[in-house]
Write a new protein. Structure first.
Length: 139
């Protein structure tokens, strides 16, 4: 009985970690888009990269965009770019961490805790390189 309780606590902990990382990634992109919008507005007002960075630090405290990223976006907006979102890129997605994959991995692990990373990635159809690094985060 104790083993069952411990096992379910362990699995719920892994599931919780996966959800926290997924939610943090989603929030981060919203924060980045907000900061890019502010950078775009300040560039249109003629502010320099250093001035913009200082204002981001004032507004966002300990979570401002890095100085190099601010300079990159200042340059892009100065050259006439209008969009604050990332451009579409070709190739495989940068991550396999989706709601659907998190649920699948959680279900597979609840059914059999002794599976290898390889077998889990094959069952969920995640590429092995991506799956291994993402599953390591959760353990």
């Amino acid at each position: 009985m104790l083993l069952l309780i411990y096992g379910s606590l362990f699995l719920s902990g892994i599931y919780y970690c996966l959800r926290v990382f997924w939610c943090a990634a989603a929030r981060m992109s919203e924060l980045e888009l907000e900061q890019r919008t502010n950078i775009k507005s300040l560039v249109k007002l003629g502010k320099s990269g250093n001035e913009i960075r200082e204002r981001l630090v004032q507004v966002y405290g300990d979570k401002p965009m890095k100085k190099a990223a601010v300079c990159k976006w200042v340059k892009r907006f100065s050259e006439g770019r209008e969009s604050v979102s990332n451009e579409e890129r070709s190739g495989r997605p940068a991550t396999s961490r989706t709601e659907e994959n998190i649920a699948k991995v959680g279900q597979i692990m609840r059914e059999n805790r002794r599976l290898t990373v390889r077998s889990i990635t094959e069952q969920v159809n995640i590429e092995k390189q991506l799956g291994k690094s993402e599953l390591k985060i959760s353990t």
